[in-house]
Design a protein around this ligand. Structure first.
Ligand code: GLN
Length: 394
């Protein structure tokens, strides 16, 4: 087995280090530059002071959070889960992904994932000893699309599960109801498990989030993963969860207990409260991010990028070819020097690296003045053709 993840550094760590070293504006790693609600932070402080979660919490997660997750799924999506047997709390969505793949896949199994894909998918499929089978989302008509024929063709007798992500990082694509229905039909027909990473469920900026578990025949074959990091702007707390039928959740719990056993004690109580915030919180989050998306997309287009306007997440993918550039890696490594901005090359999210070469991702979960300054700096790039003229001090 090749352990291709060994010795490497994630692109997010590399680019955040580059931002720190150069003082450039960091639109690379996706983390907000403003913390989430004060009431949620206070809930964590209260839990710490009251001694809730300071010692090992229960393996599956504290009951308050498991119940809050179950209520969230029921009230928002009409999905009913038993908090005791169908909800598992994890160390962020990252551990949920790892434990799921370790529990459910192994050598000889194929895992179909939508490419470009979040970096931990490839690493965890590799750690499980399974084989990844990418199905590539391709841009046309201003957005990324899934080729359903390609997805169907990718399924073999060895396919163990489909690993979905909607809203999708890095492209910002939200799978349409028709795409979800076709995927669900395929999963039922070929008797596949579906693992769906929905960490951006509250960051759907156009339309509404539809969990694939709500589609006919899907609840019993789907594990849904989410986390509090993006929804509540506390990415450092690492509180995630999995919901699904008891046998699958039990399998994931078995793997999870040997990864961290438990994590995030007091933060679990705080996220339980956060999940019960009034609807206005979720509406405001989306309205704020919509405005920031529009600001960054407009600025990037004015700077000469081709912009794929995201329907969800807080990332925008761009094509750098209109700037006379073709290599996203080289572009991102030079960008801080050229104009004081950090972005992420999408090629790292591809097996077919050539497919991803000219695409670059920018994050817009930043203060408006920061995004404004970043777009001003990027505008200095127009027409440079690889030179450094126009770079500004930072
Ligand atoms: N999910 C974040 C991103 O895509 C980064 C998380 C990480 O650093 N591993 O930018």
């Amino acid at each position: 087995m090749t352990k291709e993840w060994l010795g490497g550094t994630t692109i997010f760590a590399e680019m955040s280090a580059l931002a720190a070293r150069t003082g450039a504006i960091n639109l690379g790693q996706g983390f907000p530059d403003t913390d989430g609600p004060e009431s949620v932070r206070e809930a964590a402080v209260r839990a710490l002071r009251d001694g809730r979660g300071n010692q090992y919490p229960p393996g599956p997660g504290v009951p308050e959070l498991r119940t809050a997750v179950a209520d969230h799924q029921r009230l928002r999506y009409g999905l009913t889960y038993d908090p005791d047997t169908e909800v598992l709390v994890t160390a962020g969505a990252t551990e949920a992904i790892a434990a799921t793949l370790l529990a459910l896949t192994g050598p000889g199994d194929e895992v179909i994932a939508l490419e470009p894909y979040y970096d931990s998918y490839a690493a965890c499929i590799g750690m499980a000893g399974a084989t990844r089978v990418p199905v590539t989302l391709r841009p046309h008509d201003g957005a990324y699309h899934l080729d359903l024929d390609e997805l169907r063709d990718a399924v073999t007798d060895r396919t163990r599960l489909l690993l979905l992500n909607t809203p999708h990082n890095p492209t910002g694509t939200v799978l349409s109801p028709a795409e979800l229905a076709a995927i669900a039909e395929l999963a039922v027909e070929r008797d596949l498990l579906v693992v769906t990473d929905e960490v951006y469920e509250h960051l759907v900026l156009d339309g509404e989030h539809v969990p694939i578990a709500t589609l006919p025949g899907m609840r019993e074959r789907t594990l849904t993963i989410s986390s509090g990091g993006k929804t509540f702007s506390f990415t450092g707390w690492k509180v995630g969860w999995v919901t699904g039928p008891p046998a699958l959740v039990t399998a994931v719990r078995s793997a999870k207990q040997f990864l961290t056993y438990v994590s995030s004690g007091p933060f679990q109580y705080a996220i339980a409260e956060a999940l019960r915030l009034p609807q206005s919180y979720f509406d405001d989050l989306r309205a704020d991010l919509r405005a920031k998306r529009d600001l960054l997309c407009t600025g990037l287009a004015a700077a000469g990028f081709q912009v794929y306007r995201p329907a969800g997440t807080y990332f925008v993918t761009t094509d750098i070819r209109p700037l006379g550039e073709t290599d996203g890696f080289a572009f991102c490594r030079a960008l801080p020097e050229r104009c004081g901005v950090v972005a992420v090359p999408n090629a790292v999210f591809y097996d077919h690296q050539k497919e991803g070469a000219p695409f670059v991702r920018f994050a817009f979960c930043k203060r408006t003045d920061v995004l404004q300054e970043a777009t001003d700096r990027l505008r200095g790039l127009t027409g440079l053709g690889g030179g450094t003229a126009g770079a500004r001090p930072y």
